[in-house]
Design a protein around this ligand. Sequence first.
Ligand code: GEK
Length: 241
Amino acid sequence: MSQDRIYSQPHSAVKDFAFDEQVADVFNDMINRSVPGYTTILHTLGKLAPRFAKSGSKIYDLGCSLGAASLAIKRSVDIEGVELIAVDSSEAMVSRARRQLEAYKGKVQVSVQQADIRDIDIQDASLVVLNFTLQFLPPEDRDALIQKIHDGLRPGGLLLLSEKLVFEDNAINDLLCELHWDFKRDNGYSELEIAQKRTAIENVMRPDSPEKHLARLAKAGFGHSQFWYQCYNFASLLAIK
Ligand code: GEK
């Protein structure tokens, strides 16, 4: 696995973060060292997917990156007739995800599509995964995506939504940010790497508050929603139609 050294040297001007070839090459290392709970969430997805996947239905992995969530689904769902659609707008991610997902033989049929998740149809879904993707959409487009997911789910279907959070209480927000930076330091990132990554990502990734997520899910019509996991300012929610 290639190590993420992208921000280890001083950049004269830090460009906005993009999911390009350079990022795709080190993405597995980057997300594991940067996102507290990432492996726990994928492990739990492996427990949820067989409970919700139904023969004759579709599963969507939106913003699939290298396909880690799709792989967790493929590994855990052992029934025929499930179609898994993994979508990402980055060509660098999609080509790698295709290779990784083709290499694992399972019962679930997978197609990896390069598309903007705002433009795709969602129909007859038993499970939709948004694992750290919604935060990259312009805030004004988020309600419509959640509504489209709700409308495309079968009754009883599940949305797994994982996100970085921002907290309205500044004291809490600052403390949880500090703990996240400690997590990155403990995983070998230098102060320069942490600072330059912050600059690169601040225009690209705009997190919502826990209250905002719950209100959006309720407004879309989800009858049941709950945070099931949180570590510092990273969390995951379940929403059932
Ligand atoms: C995982 N879910 O490993 N349409 C399609 N893809 C998009 C869009 C969009 N509008 N915006 C961003 N992306 C993965 C991790 S990473 C999270 C998801 C992170 C894609 C983008 O190209 C990237 O691959 C992914 O969303 C976000 O379980 O890097 O923190």
